[in-house]
Design a protein. Structure first.
Length: 397
């Protein structure tokens, strides 16, 4: 969004000193935490990495910068070595998509990763069941409930097994485990679906990289969508909505950034809509390309069916780009409806919402200003501190 000279939005800078590396180290030291093991399904270098992996990597990097020794155990990532150092923390990539669970647990039980003072388990659909075998400081990161995602990615019988594991089998073991999720709406959904004790489930919003900042809109009305190409993101709904948008905004364009196994299906849908001239699938892009996409877009869109937050929406907000997104847990915290963007309940509401922001300059500029102002309140330093506070047994009120 390019602001008029006399309407530059005020920002309230985050006071990073409150959550500095020194403060993080003091918090860890007071709890006797010098070495943290993190168990994760996927690594940030994985071709299917998304918001969960970005969140884990960013928090681990800030803990490492504070002087905490962090080891992250994940599955194989194609083209990446089995051991690596990223931003100060160590990554161990052993076992495939499914064997990562038993092999990571066995490695912890036999001490193959050395001593640990604390354990973080990232519950991404399938849990590591750490309450059954881990003692001492531990926490589980659960971004959202996966209930509706299982049938999208697995055959019916396996999908039902996954839902049974998530909803019925696993939750009783986690009733005394501190849970970190990303938003108050996701917290409410977890409490409702998994029946976990409210006092043990904590919402810690993700931060925004300070490199995201406003730029200039593209000459043509442009919508950008960022995320893994997978069924739960429902990019076909966005393509259909954009086809309808072009009846009212003929020069509107769509940029989809991200990679995943749904690419062939999306390519077919683009061909069916004869959309190649106005829609581009750009795959995974360099950070500078992502920044340019957010800055030049008139709006950012998400048709996702399940999110813990919606980090692409607040990244775009930091570039003064308002959102049109589905009204789901996570999105309802990332976007303030009718203030920093528009939330919709049904697919047939997507096109009218996008048309409104693409054609009403004053509305779009007002929401861009509000989105940018609100984005200043989200800090990865604060995320790292508050997440560590839960692990250390001192969650913020």
């Amino acid at each position: 969004m390019q602001f008029d000279d006399d309407t530059q939005p005020p920002q309230t800078p985050v006071d990073h000193r409150r959550w500095s590396s020194t403060k993080i180290w003091d918090l860890a030291a007071d709890a006797g935490i010098g070495r943290i093991h993190v168990l994760a399904w996927r690594d940030l270098d994985d071709v299917e990495a998304g918001g969960s992996e970005l969140h884990a990597s960013t928090v681990a990097a800030r803990w490492a910068a504070a002087g905490i020794e962090v080891i992250m155990r994940t599955s194989h990532a194609a083209g990446s070595p089995p051991r690596a150092i990223r931003d100060g923390y160590e990554i161990l990539r052993y076992a495939g998509r499914y064997l990562i669970f038993p092999r990571a647990v066995a490695a912890e039980l036999f001490g193959r990763h050395g001593r640990r003072d604390a354990l973080v388990e990232i519950w991404n659909g399938v849990p590591f069941l750490s309450p059954l075998w881990a003692r001492g400081h531990r926490a589980t990161w659960l971004h959202h409930v996966h209930e509706d995602m299982w049938p999208m990615v697995l055959p019916p019988k396996l999908a039902r097994a996954g839902q049974l594991l998530e909803r019925r089998i696993a939750p009783p073991f986690y009733r005394r485990t501190p849970i970190v999720t990303l938003s108050e709406s996701s917290r409410a959904h977890i409490l409702d679906r998994l029946r976990l004790p409210a006092d043990n489930v904590h919402a810690v919003p993700p931060g925004i990289d300070p490199g995201f900042s406003p730029g200039t809109e593209a000459p043509d009305p442009t919508v950008v969508a960022v995320g893994r190409l997978m069924p739960s993101k429902d990019f076909p709904a966005l393509l259909d909505a954009m086809a309808a948008v072009r009846h009212k905004v003929p020069n509107a364009r769509l940029r989809i950034i991200g990679e995943g196994y749904e690419r062939p299906n999306l390519e077919r849908r683009i061909a069916e809509l004869d959309a190649a001239e106005w829609c581009t699938l750009e795959g995974r892009v360099a950070p500078e390309v992502l920044l340019e996409a957010y800055r030049s877009a008139w709006i950012v869109a998400s048709t996702s069916r399940a999110e813990g937050w919606g980090m692409t929406l607040t990244e775009a907000a930091a570039c003064a780009t308002p959102a049109v997104a589905t009204r789901i847990p996570g999105h309802t915290d990332a976007v303030v409806d009718n203030e920093t963007g528009l939330l919709v309940d049904r697919n047939d509401e997507l096109a009218p919402a996008m048309v409104r922001l693409l054609t009403q300059h004053d509305v779009r500029q007002r929401q861009a200003t509000a989105a940018l102002t609100r984005s200043a309140h989200f800090s990865w330093d604060r995320t790292a501190f508050d997440t560590l506070a839960v692990l250390a047994g001192h969650p913020r009120s």
